[in-house]
Design a protein around this ligand. Structure first.
Ligand code: GUN
Ligand code: FE
Length: 431
C-alpha cells in the first residue's frame, strides 16, 4: 500500500473524558495501514511520497466496532418483541437459526448482513454465527471479501434447544478445526501478522451447553489461543437457571470460569445487566470485557446494565447491537441508547453521573476497538479504521465541529457516510 495523508476535520477520543478535535487536520497512514501521525500541521508529518486526499469540510472519525451481534438473526430484526429472553429464544430465534443448515439461505442472509454493517460504518465486529460449520466458513469468507474485520463464532450448543440446533461435542470440535483452517488460509496482514477475520470460541450460554461442551470450548480456546465470547447475566430467569444447571458455581461468571472461558484468553461477555459482587470482581481480575447492548436489553425486557459503575470499577466496556434482540445495527445509535440508559440509572440514584458523549464515543471506538488490536483511535500505531462523514444536510447553521459530530450521532445514518476505511484500505461495498 502507498503512504497516504487525509485532510479533514478530525475528531477522536484518546481518553474517555474528552474529544481530540483538529480543524482542517491531517492523518498520515503508513504503507502497513497504520497511523504514523495526526496533526494540524502537514509539515510535521512524514509526507514524503505520500498521496494527499483532501476531504474538505467533512468529518473524519474512527470507524465503529460492534462487540456483539448475531448474523443469523438478521431476518428477525425489528420483529418478535413480545417475549422475554428464554421464550423468545425458543419461539423466534432457534427456528430462524436452524435455517442456516442451508448454505444457500445463509449466503442470502449473510451477504445482506455484511453489507449493512458496512453501510452503518461498522468495520469490526464480534459475530455469532450458528452451529453450522459450512455457513460459518461462508460468513468468514464474506467478511474477508469485503475487507472488514471480524471475529466469527461457530456457536456451540448441545442442550435445551431443538434437535436441529444441537451438535455432539466431537462434531463441535471437528467443526472448529475446519473453521480454524479457513482462517489460517486467509492472507496475513503485514502490519499485525493477524488475518482480519478470525474465529472466536462461542459457547452460546451456559443453558445451551453441557459441562462436557463447556469444557471442550475452554480446551479449544487454550489449545489454539482463541478469544471467547458468550452471554452473561442478561435476564433473571436465565441466571436462576444457570444456578440450577451448575449448582457448584458461585456466580454465573464462575460457571464459565470453571471451564477456562472467563478471561483465560481474551473474553467478551454480552449484557452483564445483573452483574455485581463476586462476578464483577472476577471480571475485573480476569480482564473480561463487557459488550453493552442497550437496545436489546430494552426489547427483550432484560433491564439496564450499570455501565457507569463498570467504568468506575475499571472494567473494559464496548457497545453491541445484539441483532435481533436489538433492533438497530447502527453503533452511533447505540451510543445514544447507552447515554439514555445511564440517565435512567441517574434518575434512580444521583450518586453516579450519566455517560457523556465523549465517553460513549470512546466506548464504541477505542475501548471496543482494543478487542481487535490497536483499533479505534488515530494515535500513531493504530490501524487506520475510519469514516468520512459528509454532514452538509445536517449542518445548516453555525454548529461547532463537536456539535456537528453530536448531531450526526443523534440524527445521522448511513446516508452521510461517504467513505469507509479498514486497516488503511478504502472499503467499497462489493457485496
Ligand atoms: N442468550 C443466549 N442466546 C442469546 C441470543 O441469541 N440473544 C440474546 N440476546 N441473548 C442470548
Ligand atoms: Fe446476543
Amino acid at each position: 500500500m502507498q503512504k497516504k495523508i487525509y485532510k479533514a476535520h478530525i475528531l477522536y477520543t484518546k481518553e474517555p473524558g474528552r474529544f481530540e478535535v483538529i480543524e482542517n487536520g491531517y492523518v498520515a497512514v503508513g504503507a502497513d495501514g497504520r497511523v504514523t501521525g495526526v496533526s494540524a500541521d502537514l509539515a510535521s508529518l512524514d509526507s514524503e511520497d505520500a498521496e494527499v486526499t483532501d476531504f474538505g469540510d467533512r468529518l473524519l472519525i474512527p470507524a465503529m466496532n460492534d462487540l456483539h451481534v448475531h448474523a443469523p438473526q438478521y431476518r428477525n430484526q425489528g420483529i418478535a418483541m413480545d417475549l422475554e429472553l428464554l421464550p423468545w429464544l425458543q419461539q423466534y430465534t432457534f427456528p430462524e437459526e436452524m435455517k442456516f443448515a442451508d448454505t444457500g439461505y445463509a449466503e442470502r442472509m449473510y451477504r445482506r448482513f455484511v453489507r449493512d454493517l458496512w453501510r452503518f460504518g461498522t468495520m469490526r465486529a464480534c459475530v455469532f454465527a450458528t452451529i453450522h460449520t459450512e455457513s460459518t466458513r461462508l460468513l468468514m469468507r464474506l467478511f474477508q471479501e469485503a475487507g472488514m474485520g471480524a471475529l466469527v463464532g461457530k456457536v456451540a450448543m448441545n442442550r435445551n434447544c431443538p434437535p436441529g440446533l444441537m451438535e455432539s461435542v466431537d462434531e463441535m470440535v471437528k467443526g472448529y478445526e475446519e473453521v480454524i483452517k479457513e482462517s489460517s488460509s486467509l492472507p496475513l496482514s503485514p502490519s499485525t501478522l493477524q488475518p482480519l477475520v478470525r474465529p472466536i470460541v462461542t459457547p452460546r450460554f451456559v443453558p445451551s451447553c453441557t459441562p462436557e461442551m463447556l469444557r471442550a470450548c475452554g480446551e479449544l480456546a487454550a489449545k489454539f489461543q482463541l478469544p471467547v465470547q458468550s452471554h452473561l447475566s442478561e435476564n433473571k430467569d436465565e441466571i436462576a437457571w444457570v444456578q440450577e444447571l451448575e449448582p457448584e458455581s458461585t456466580s454465573y461468571g464462575d460457571a464459565y470460569d470453571r471451564y477456562g472461558l472467563f478471561g483465560q484468553t481474551p473474553t467478551v461477555m454480552a449484557h452483564c445487566v445483573w452483574t455485581e459482587g463476586e462476578e464483577l470482581e472476577l471480571m475485573k481480575r480476569r480482564g473480561v470485557v463487557v459488550a453493552h447492548c442497550p437496545t436489546s436489553n430494552f426489547n427483550v425486557a432484560s433491564g439496564m446494565a450499570p455501565i457507569r459503575q463498570f467504568l468506575d470499577e475499571g472494567l473494559r466496556v464496548g457497545l453491541g447491537s445484539d441483532i435481533s434482540g436489538g433492533h438497530d445495527l447502527s453503533i452511533f445509535r447505540m451510543m445514544v441508547y447507552a447515554i439514555q440508559v445511564s440517565k435512567m440509572h441517574y434518575q434512580q440514584n444521583h450518586e453516579r453521573s450519566f455517560l457523556t458523549l465523549s465517553e460513549a464515543f470512546w466506548l464504541a471506538t477505542k475501548s471496543a476497538g482494543s478487542f481487535f488490536g490497536r483499533v479505534g483511535s488515530f494515535e500513531p500505531g493504530y490501524e487506520f479504521d475510519a469514516l468520512v462523514i459528509d454532514d452538509a444536510d445536517l449542518n445548516h447553521d453555525n454548529y461547532s465541529l463537536l456539535q456537528r459530530l453530536e448531531r450526526y450521532i443523534y440524527l445521522g445514518d448511513d446516508r452521510q457516510i461517504e467513505h469507509r476505511f479498514c486497516r488503511g484500505k478504502a472499503i467499497e461495498c462489493i457485496i
